[in-house]
Design a protein around this ligand. Structure first.
Ligand SMILES: Nc1ncnc2c1ncn2[C@@H]1O[C@H](COP(=O)(O)OP(=O)(O)OP(=O)(O)O)[C@@H](O)[C@H]1O
Length: 232
């Protein structure tokens, strides 16, 4: 299987103080659902931000499909983020004065063919709330709208930072299940940060970070179905 993203000896220090990441090398395969686990403060978000081009490493390389992302100019990086990458965060980040449909359409990139809007909103189960504003939606509906906005450009890779962190059990399961569907239907690779071991059990690959180092990297040969997750 070919790799969509590779990191080589990534380190990160903020303000020349303590090293938060201490040399992380890993490779993410195309069309896989990968979970990054680890204790609070271990550096998961920092790593995800570096892999997704939101943050520069102090040293080390990030390579996307053979191209060194860490050497991209600001404008190449902006194009890459606009065309190839989707982001989903814990706090949805929807615009309050726009409807669901308008929020989703913000995600369309001028340089790539969008996914079919009707099919995508049907898959995500939000086709009946498209004229609602965020304040009129449940948390689960807001997050599914945010996912639609992130993937409508048909990104190659979707970065999710605690994307179920604000949701209850049933909405979290639904979101994880939908992300797996998007991977299976559209071939979008998913990189998902979580503290939740059950979500990790659904992944193809489970990477654990501890104290800024790669602690464990497991290929999960028997992922459980997201609909069969047992919470708690
Ligand atoms: N911009 C920043 N400036 C200074 N320190 C930072 C910055 N961002 C993160 N850190 C520090 O880096 C360390 C790792 O943070 P990070 O958010 O990557 O951890 P995490 O594993 O994602 O934690 P959590 O699970 O609690 O979200 C923390 O000690 C944090 O305070």
């Amino acid at each position: 299987m070919s790799k969509i993203l590779v990191s080589q000896s990534i380190t990160k220090e903020f303000n020349k103080k303590e090293q938060i990441l201490k040399g992380i090398s890993l490779g993410i395969e195309e069309e896989t659902f990968t979970v990054i686990l680890g204790p609070s403060g271990s550096g998961k978000s920092t790593l995800l931000n570096i892999l997704s081009g939101l943050l520069k490493p102090t040293s080390g390389k990030v390579v996307y499909r053979g191209k060194e992302l860490t050497l991209f100019t600001e404008s190449q990086l902006a194009d890459w983020k606009r065309n190839e990458v989707g982001y989903v965060f814990q706090n949805y980040m929807l615009l309050n004065n726009l409807t669901a449909e308008e929020n989703i359409k913000i995600g369309i990139s001028p340089n790539s063919t969008p996914l079919p809007f009707d099919r995508l909103t049907r898959i995500l189960g939000i086709e009946s709330i498209l004229d609602k504003f965020p304040s009129e939606m449940s948390g689960g509906e807001q997050q599914r709208t945010a996912i639609a906005r992130a993937v409508i450009k048909n990104p190659s890779i979707l970065f999710c930072d605690e994307a179920t962190g604000s949701l209850d059990e049933s909405n979290s399961k639904k979101v994880v299940e939908l992300l797996h569907s998007l991977k299976n239907i559209f071939g979008i690779s998913v990189l998902f940060i979580t503290h939740n071991l059950q979500i990790a059990e659904t992944a193809d690959r489970i990477i654990t970070i501890k104290d800024g180092l790669l602690f464990e990297d497991i290929i999960n040969h028997n992922p459980i179905s997201a609909s069969n997750m047992i919470w708690g």
